[in-house]
Design a protein around this ligand. Structure first.
Ligand code: NAD
Ligand code: DAU
Length: 354
C-alpha cells in the first residue's frame, strides 16, 4: 500500500470532491490535502469549512490554467510561502492528483456543450501534463456513462472491457478524458488509474441532480418532477462507498488499470421517486410527469467484481431506503446551503420543459 503525502483534489468544492476531501482527512491522518476548484455554480467553498486547518489548503483556480496548475504541482512550490496549510503549517510537495473537477450534468451539456469540452477534455489534458512533468500519481474519476446504455429488461452489466459508446455531450467529454488518461499512461508512462462509477447520492449534491431535486422540491412546497415514464434505470451508490473505492485504487490499484465501481444498486427512476415520496410522508402519485431528456440513456448497470476481487473493496452503505432517509434529513437540516441555488435551477428547468 502506498500512502500519498500530499494529494491535490481537483473539483473538491463539488459534491463528490467534498465528500472525498473529508474521507481523506478522516482515514489518511498523515496526508495533506489541497483542493483546487474554480467555484462554478456547482462548487461551494463553505463545504470545506470543517477541514483540518493544519493540513488543508484551498486554491480558487481553474484546471485549464496551465501555468497555475504547473506552479501548484511543482516540487519547487514548497519553497514558496503560498505552499502552506490554512493555519500556516508548511506542506510537503504534492505527490498525487485525484481528478474530480468536471462539468457533471447531462441536461446542462445538452443546452451548451462548450464548458464540458473545455473543463472535461482540456482540463484533464492540463493536469496530465503536470503529472507527467513532475511524476505524480494520477487518479481519474470517471463515469459508467462512457459505455452508453443497456436495454431496460436486459440482465447485462458493463465491465471494464465494454466498448465506449457515449450518448450525451457530457458522457462524450468524459469518454474523451478517459482516452487521454490511457494514452498518457501508455505513451509517457504516467502512473494513472481510472474509476468508472454509477450514480452517486449523499450529502452536498447539487439541487439540479435527480434525488436532491425531488427532496428540495418537496421541502420548498413544489412538486416532484419525473422525466418521461420513469422506467430508466440507474445503478445507485452511496458517495462514501465511491470515495472508499477511489482511495483503495489510489493506494493499492494496478497502474494503467480501470476499475468499475458499483454497489448492485439498480433501481428505476420511478422506484426511487416512490421511495422519496413515501419517506417524506407523501402519496406515491404526488408528482408531475415532465419532458424526458433528448437521447436519454435507458439503463446503466455495473459489474464491480474486479475491484472486489483485486482490492477487496465492498460497499458499506447498502440499505438504500435507510440511506435515503439520511439524505432527506440532511437536506432538511441544510436549507441555508441549497436554498440560494434552488430558484435559478427551477427557472432553468422550466425553460427546458423539465
Ligand atoms: P459537481 O458538479 O458536483 O462538482 C464539480 C466541481 O468541479 C465543482 O466544485 C466545480 O466548481 C468544479 N469545477 C468545474 N469546472 C472546473 C474547472 N475548470 N476548474 C476547477 N474546478 C472546476 O460534480 P460531481 O457530481 O461531484 O462529480 C465529480 C466527478 O465525478 C466528475 O468528474 C464526474 O464526471 C464524476 N462522476 C460523478 C458521478 C455522480 O453521480 N455525481 C458519478 C460518476 C462519476
Ligand atoms: O451514471 C453516473 C452519472 O450519474 C454521472 O456521470 C453524472 O455526473 C451524474 O449527473 C449522473 O447522471 P444522470 O444523468 O444519470 O443523473 P441525473 O440525476 O441528472 O438523472 C438521473 C435520472 O433521473 C435520469 O434518467 C433523468 C431523471 N430525472 C432527473 C431529474 C433532474 C428525473 O426524472 N427528474 C429530474 O428532475
Amino acid at each position: 500500500e502506498w500512502i500519498p503525502q500530499h494529494v491535490l483534489i481537483t473539483g473538491g468544492a463539488g459534491f463528490i470532491g467534498t465528500n472525498l476531501a473529508y474521507y481523506v482527512a478522516e482515514h489518511f491522518p498523515t496526508t495533506a490535502i489541497t483542493v483546487l476548484d474554480a467555484l462554478t455554480y456547482a462548487g461551494n467553498r463553505s463545504n470545506l469549512d470543517a477541514m483540518p486547518a493544519d493540513r488543508f489548503r484551498f486554491i480558487h483556480g481553474d484546471i485549464c490554467d496551465a501555468p497555475r496548475v504547473d506552479a501548484i504541482c511543482s516540487p519547487e512550490s514548497v519553497h514558496n510561502s503560498s505552499s502552506v496549510a490554512q493555519d500556516g503549517h508548511s506542506l510537503p510537495p504534492i505527490d498525487a492528483i485525484i481528478h474530480c473537477a468536471a462539468e457533471s450534468h447531462n441536461d446542462n451539456s445538452i443546452m451548451n456543450a462548450a464548458p464540458f469540452l473545455r473543463t472535461n477534455v482540456d482540463g484533464t489534458y492540463v493536469l496530465l501534463e503536470a503529472a507527467r512533468k513532475y511524476d505524480l500519481r494520477f487518479h481519474h474519476m470517471s463515469t459508467d456513462e462512457v459505455y452508453g446504455d443497456l436495454p431496460v429488461d436486459s440482465p447485462e452489466k458493463f465491465t471494464e472491457s465494454s466498448p465506449y459508446h457515449p450518448s450525451s455531450p457530457y458522457s462524450a467529454s468524459k469518454a474523451a478524458s478517459d482516452h487521454l488518461v490511457r494514452a498518457w499512461h501508455r505513451t509517457y508512462g504516467v502512473r494513472t488509474t481510472i474509476s468508472n462509477c454509477g450514480n452517486n447520492y449523499g450529502p452536498w449534491q447539487h439541487v439540479e441532480k435527480f434525488i436532491p431535486r425531488q427532496i428540495t422540491n418537496i421541502l420548498s412546497g413544489r412538486r416532484a418532477k419525473l422525466y418521461g415514464d420513469g422506467e430508466e434505470v440507474r445503478d445507485w451508490i452511496h458517495v462514501e462507498d465511491h470515495c472508499a473505492a477511489v482511495m483503495q485504487i489510489l493506494t493499492r490499484g494496478t497502474l494503467g488499470e480501470t476499475y468499475l465501481v458499483g454497489a448492485d444498486g439498480c433501481r428505476s427512476n420511478i422506484e426511487v421517486l416512490h421511495d422519496i415520496l413515501t419517506s417524506m410522508g407523501l402519496p406515491e402519485n404526488d408528482f408531475d410527469h415532465v419532458r424526458n431528456r433528448p437521447g436519454v440513456d435507458r439503463k446503466y448497470a455495473l459489474d464491480a467484481s474486479k475491484i472486489e476481487r483485486e482490492l477487496g473493496w465492498r460497499p458499506q452503505h447498502t440499505d438504500f431506503a435507510a440511506e435515503l432517509k439520511n439524505v432527506v434529513r440532511w437536506y432538511a437540516d441544510h436549507r441555508d446551503w441549497w436554498e440560494p441555488d434552488k430558484d435559478a435551477t427551477e427557472t432553468s428547468y422550466a425553460a427546458q420543459g423539465h
